[in-house]
Structure formats: structure tokens, C-alpha cells
Write a protein that binds this ligand. Sequence first.
Ligand SMILES: *Cc1c(COP(=O)(O)O)cnc(C)c1O
Length: 338
Amino acid sequence: MSRSVLLIDKEALFHNVRSLYQFSGKPIIAVVKSDAYGVGVKYIASLLESLREVEFLAVACVEEGIELRKLGVKKPILILGGVLKGEGKALVDYKLTPVISHREHLRAVEGLKVPLHLKFDTGMGRLGFLDEFVEDPRVEGLLTHLSSPADEEFSKRQIEVFKKILERYKGIKYVHLESSAGLIYRVPFATHIRVGLALYGEKPLPNYPIELKPVLTLRARLISVKNLPKGHPISYSRSYILERDTLVGVVAFGYADGLMKSLSNRGVLYYQGKPVKILGNITMDMTIVDLGGTQPKVGDWVDIVCQRQSFTDLAKLAGTIPYELMCNLSKRIKRRVL
Ligand SMILES: *Cc1c(COP(=O)(O)O)cnc(C)c1O
């Protein structure tokens, strides 16, 4: 009897994987870091594992890689965040492939029989070698990361810099740099795409050229419905005062569940397909909405993310990005694969 649920539409996820594969013509490195962007790696990993279009999974750190192996993942696993001293043995034990972006990462894999991917910093200013040549027979992959996929001029410059770096390497099996948004550049020398967000049907750019279906529905139950009179204050700090007699609902979902407090008095949720305004401050476990014009019952579901409102829409309203919203989805929310 959960009070909130994240529904995962398996067929929509499969559709999106195929769409991304068809558009790019490249197999997929599916990025499932941070518990599959908050969706729940336990549910997502086995779905991705079953698809031939997905060749690798990628996570941020060794611990997340071990978690994937324990979930039964057999495909190769990339560790995007490199490898620190003391983590080398786990790479061998769990067959994990580190992305090397620093000399210290190389030292952590000294003498170990593991494949390596080398990362270059072509303008992200985060991880990666600049222009040094790293020679190691274990290198099977080269990558970089685009910092501003919406900026065509800068992205093309990054792609050119990366291309120059590649010329110094021979016999590399995997070359990858296109994230969900970066895909639009259709980089001809890249062998794989490295995508996370778009898997869930969230479009990373306006006018995104790939047809995606929404995968996620997020809903929570009404735990109270009552009439309150005009002038009645709502929630902490009384930031909203009712302008008329109002049918007020309390939804069992608050900022602890991942609904940003900045959506207080701004956002809308959906009850039976109808927008219902958020009234007053969002609280830790509850959000108050105006249910005027509907006939709700305690126990009914209210949609937070649905066909009419994506994580991207909600993030825009909250002044953030869908990644942050999704990563904040609490473990209290039940996940269900449809
Ligand atoms: C998270 C991440 C990705 C995936 O980005 P999306 O925008 O979710 O597709 C790709 N590459 C690296 C290095 C990342 O950290």
C-alpha cells in the first residue's frame, strides 16, 4: 500500500533504445549512474541487459559497478569516474572497465589485466587528459565529453580537438562522446553513443530530432480532501491565503520525495488529467493542491509526472534540470515496471 509510485513503461523504454540506435546507427553505452538517474537501477539494469542494442552499461564509480554485477549484469561495465588506489582488485573481481582520466588512475591499475578506456578533456574542464599521449596496450576505448551540446560552434570545436587526438592512436575498438543531447552531431568516427536521460523519453534539447516515448509516470495518493473557507492560510509560513472557499487536497509527496520546495505556489500536479495548482509551501512529506472543480476521494492518485508533464517541464518550472529532479526521487517511492 504505497503512497507514491514511479511507473516504468518497459515498452516505451525499449522503443526509445531502438529509436536512439536507429538514429545514430551505433550501439549504446547505457549510463545508469546514481541508481539509474533515480529511477531504480534494480529495475532498469535487467531491462537494458535484455537488449542487443545496448552493448555496455556505465556507472560513476566502482561501488555502482559491483552493484550491477550483483544484479546479474553480464555486459561490460564502464566506470566513468576513474579508479582510485585500492579499487584495482574489485575491477578484476567484478570485471569492470575503468575510464582512465589521470595518471593516478593508471597507477591504480598497474599490473592488472583489465581493459581501459582513456578520457580526454576537450573543453569540459572536468575529467580527462589534455594532449598527452598515454601508451598502454590495455587501452581499448577513447572518449571525451561535450560540455555544451546546445552550442553548435563549441561542440564542433570539441569534436575536432578529439579527432586530432584519435589520430595518434591505432587499433582502438571503441570511440564514444555522444550523450543524449550530443547525438545530434552524428559524429562519424564514433563507434558508440553514451546516453542516459533520453532512455526515459526526456528530451534533452528543444526540437530534438529523435522520436521518444515517455517512460515514467510519478503519482502519489491524496491523504486528505476538505473544504476550507476564503481567507484560510495554507502551509508553513502562510505563503498562500485562500482567495475563495476552496476544496483543498493533501498529496502524500513532498520535498523529501524529490518535489523541489521551489515549486511551492508555482507548479501544478494533475488529478484525472486536470491541472491542480500547488498551494503554499511544499512540505517534507506532503503537498497541498487546489482541487476545485473535481470530485476527489481520499486515496485517489494525483499525477506529478505524466503524459501532460515531464520531468523536464517540472524542472524548468523549478529552475533546475530533469537530472537533478530525477536523482532526488526518494527510496520511499515504490517502483513498478509495467
Ligand atoms: C552522465 C553522463 C552521460 C550521459 O548523459 P545524458 O545527458 O544523460 O545522456 C554521458 N557521459 C558521461 C561522461 C556522463 O557523465
